[in-house]
Design a protein around this ligand. Structure first.
Ligand code: 8YV
Length: 316
């Protein structure tokens, strides 16, 4: 008996337990681990109706172009900078993402990174682990309360970071496309925000519009007193300029969860003084990843039932 489930091409490298929610309802083809991708495509391409991708990955336009019957691209994650939206829109493809469910976890990581910088928690841990404590206390660090924190991008995640930092006693300001009804000072110009901040936290979407917004000039404005935190996209920061600023000591330090060419992280960044580096773990909890998987499922279900998508990407 033939299988009548809609067929999906899964280009996201996700563990089996996270794909289970879709596998019962859809016939899934694993692009990532296919031993021969050409053979897979020639077998299934005409029947593929949906593509599942993840926010940290890229869906090549050339791949979508080879799927004549594709109707929807469902993204596991909130960021859709890796999806060729112009191509999708021109073909009338629907595109969905999974906002909201990962906001808290990602904001938590931003605050944790800032706390690690201010209190030099890596240094304190090293002090103990290398047996230095009996010879004397760890060096004093810097208080987080009272620090001026500038947030680049006051969307869902930026606001969740701001709410948390309010509780820490930080003084908040932000830059974004436009001022909002919030009790934080708005800076129309990023360099001015950096100049007025002890720490700059990047929380805006990735993509062409925000590429290298944090460049050498912004880092210079942040200055030798300033820290940079990035939980958004590596593309927003000019990574070479950041590496140069860290090695020259023209900024105080940086804590990053995202990079320009993930999962590759330049050795010069790893070796730079004053850095805390995480391997893109903003949404990486069991609870949130399951909620993201269910978000993908809800969008796929709605699409194949002919209903509006619960969380469509704007304009799709
Ligand atoms: C994940 C993300 O890294 O949602 C995003 O924009 O970057 C993350 O949640 C990713 O989707 C995991 O594969």
């Amino acid at each position: 008996m033939s299988d009548s489930r809609p067929e999906l091409l899964v280009v996201a490298d996700l563990p089996a337990w996270l794909q289970e929610p879709w596998q019962a309802e859809f016939l899934c083809h694993d692009w990532v681990h296919a031993p021969d991708r050409e053979a897979l495509l020639s077998r299934v391409a005409p029947r593929i109706r949906g593509v599942v991708t993840h926010a940290a990955g890229v869906v090549e336009e050339t791949l979508l172009a080879r799927l004549p019957g594709v109707e929807i691209v469902a993204c596991f994650g909130v960021g859709y900078d890796g999806i060729p939206l112009a191509h999708c829109r021109s073909r009338g493809l629907r595109v969905s993402n999974t906002p909201e469910v990962l906001t808290d976890d990602t904001a938590d990581i931003a605050v944790a990174l800032l706390l690690m910088l201010c209190r030099d928690l890596l240094g304190a841990n090293r002090h103990l682990a290398t047996g230095q404590w009996p010879r004397g206390p760890a060096p004093l660090a810097t208080a987080m309360a009272g620090k001026r924190v500038g947030i680049l991008g006051l969307g869902r995640i930026g606001k969740a970071i701001a709410r948390r930092l309010e509780a820490f006693g930080c003084i908040l300001a932000y830059q974004g496309r436009q001022p909002q009804e919030v009790p934080y000072r708005y800076y129309p110009e990023l360099r001015a925000l950096a100049r007025a901040s002890d720490a700059l936290v990047v929380a805006c979407p990735g993509g062409a519009a925000t590429r290298h917004l944090v460049d050498a000039e912004v880092l210079e404005a942040l200055g030798a007193k300033g820290w940079l935190v990035n939980i958004a996209r590596g593309s927003v920061v000019d990574e070479d300029a950041l590496i140069a600023a860290l090695h020259a000591g023209t900024i105080r330090g940086a804590a990053l969860d995202v990079y320009a060419h993930e999962p590759m992280v330049p050795q010069a960044l790893i070796d730079a003084p004053g850095v805390v580096l995480l391997p893109h773990v903003g949404s990486a909890t069991r609870e949130t990843r399951l909620a993201m998987s269910l978000g993908v499922l809800c969008n796929l279900r709605a699409h194949f039932a002919g209903e509006p998508l619960p969380t469509p990407v704007p304009g799709c």
